[in-house]
Design a binder for this molecule. Structure first.
Ligand code: NDP
Length: 461
């Protein structure tokens, strides 16, 4: 038996990497972990967490306006971008500290350096040039924004990375993309008072979501004053007297302060020594793994966004826990990627789990669609026109709820609980015999007694 410096060496200190390192170390394994930037990874440092803090910040403009309907007179309000950035940075530093402390407490050895594979058992730590060996290696290097280098003027644009550290809040912004990041940031910037335009190549934003939510959110965003250009893409970006001039495929010319590209993310697999170690990647550059997160090299595993699976923090953490079960608990466990609840922190929010109406119609011969669209109670006195949408997709054959979709406030919170019900295989009858919580918006989910329509063999009837 060869002896190694470490039982486990993890490359990448994000959600998947830190979890696998910390838990393996707490099981008594000798663990090393290397991170070239900051512990916490995209989610904590420049993703989910600071984004959600920005979402909260951006909601105040509407809260101040809505307060009048409830009798409040709110004095003059103003917003200080620098104060928000400072407060956000303090919180992120605190969280990063907790990530390091967790590793430290578990007695994992922390390396603040980029690490690259030399062979299947050897890792080079670039800061010192030192090499270490490990019996098992985890690659959890995550991803980064696609910089879209084919676009003329891409170097003048920012990505979500820079959006968290802009020196000044721009007066106007053009955001390219129609996915999670584009939609969330369009709402953030708009809420903070920035003149915001979204440009998306397809017919409707959020291509993988249920059509009712996509349309409902699009309308709500436009109603607020966000301009949305569909069926269009940026053709080039040029400097124009301190601002940026953007020409689109449809021959529109827009002059804005900032252009942000949110056109998907690329796995971080370059110059990692994957070839030297024999780790195979796919055409998109993602590490290829089997159903247990094992790469083409038996002792090397890959977790999270560096693989081509679902790019979500809880998924990376789940994959890490399955890796621990498989490798250190003699309990081979495949990550379960079925029925992942998810939220888009747009304004209004989207919360969803399971199949869209379109996908369910392809899978089941007959569906019952329950749908409610209503003005939430808070909007009555605030005078806000925003509508909430709730939708349940039910397989008529066994009455199972196969999709649940919500547009409206707290939709993300509801999606978490709906995730449990769908995972448990609840039927529409289970929903029907559940008592409503009154007065809430969520009670609509258990009071939609008859289907609004059915889908039979893909046709609405
Ligand atoms: P998404 O995959 O969500 O969206 C990418 C968008 O870019 C899509 O609208 C896509 O269009 C468009 N696009 C891709 N390539 C091009 C191109 N060449 N020209 C024009 N448009 C293009 O990626 P994001 O970058 O928004 O986010 C990355 C991932 O991070 C998400 O998939 C999600 O998993 C995760 N995330 C999760 C969040 C959450 O849980 N709330 C928040 C933020 C990110 P099309 O749809 O037509 O393909």
């Amino acid at each position: 038996m060869p002896s190694f410096d470490f039982d486990l060496f993890v490359i990448g200190g994000g959600s998947g990497g830190v979890r696998s390192a910390r838990v393996a170390a707490s099981l008594g394994k000798k663990v090393g972990i290397a991170e070239e930037y900051r512990y916490g990874g995209t989610c904590v440092i420049r993703g989910c967490v600071p984004k959600k803090l920005f979402v909260y910040a951006s909601q105040y403009s509407e809260h101040f306006k809505d307060a009048a309907g409830f009798g409040w007179t709110v004095g003059e309000s103003s917003f200080d971008w620098k104060k928000l950035i400072e407060a956000k940075d303090r919180e992120i530093a605190r969280l990063e500290g907790l990530y390091r402390k967790g590793l430290d407490n578990a007695k994992a050895e922390i390396f603040d350096t980029r690490a690259e594979l030399v062979d299947a058992h050897t890792v080079k730590l670039l800061k010192t040039g030192q090499t270490v060996t490990a019996e098992t290696i985890v690659i959890a290097t995550g991803g980064r924004p696609n910089l879209h280098t084919a676009l003329p003027g891409h170097e003048l644009c920012i990505s979500s990375n820079e959006a968290f550290h802009l020196k000044e809040l721009p007066k106007s912004i053009l955001i390219a993309g129609g996915g999670y990041i584009a939609v969330e940031f369009a709402n953030i910037f708009h809420g903070l008072g920035v003149e915001t335009t979204l440009i998306y190549r397809g017919a409707e934003i959020l291509s993988r979501f249920d059509h009712d939510l996509r349309k409902g959110l699009h309308e709500a965003m436009e109603e607020k004053g966000i301009r949305i250009l569909c069926h269009d893409i940026i053709e080039n970006v040029e400097k124009a007297e301190g601002r940026l001039s953007v020409r689109t495929k449809n021959d529109k010319v827009l002059t804005v302060d900032t252009v942000m590209l949110a056109l998907g993310r690329t796995p971080n697999t370059e110059n990692l020594g994957l070839e030297a170690a024999g780790v195979a990647i796919n055409e998109q550059g993602a590490v290829i793994v089997d159903e247990y997160s094992r790469t083409s090299v038996a002792n090397i595993f890959a977790l999270g966004d560096v693989t081509d699976r679902v790019q979500l923090t809880p998924v990376a953490i789940h994959e890490a826990m399955c890796f621990i079960e498989t490798v250190y608990k003699d309990n081979p466990t495949r990550p379960d990627h079925e029925l992942i609840p998810t939220a888009v922190f747009s304004q209004p929010e989207i919360g969803t789990v399971g199949l869209t109406e379109e996908d369910a119609a392809k899978r089941y011969p007959e569906l019952e669609i329950y749908r409610a669209q209503f003005r939430p109670m808070k909007a009555t006195l605030s005078g806000r026109a925003e509508k909430m949408i709730m939708k349940l997709i039910v397989n008529a054959a066994d009455r199972k709820v196969v999709g649940a979709h919500i547009l409206g406030h707290d939709a993300g919170e509801m999606a978490q609980l709906l995730g449990i019900t769908l995972k448990a295989g609840c039927t529409k009858d289970d929903f029907d015999r559940t008592m409503a919580v009154h007065p809430t918006a969520a009670e609509e989910l258990v009071t939609m007694y008859s289907p609004n329509y059915r889908i039979r063999n893909g046709e609405r009837v």
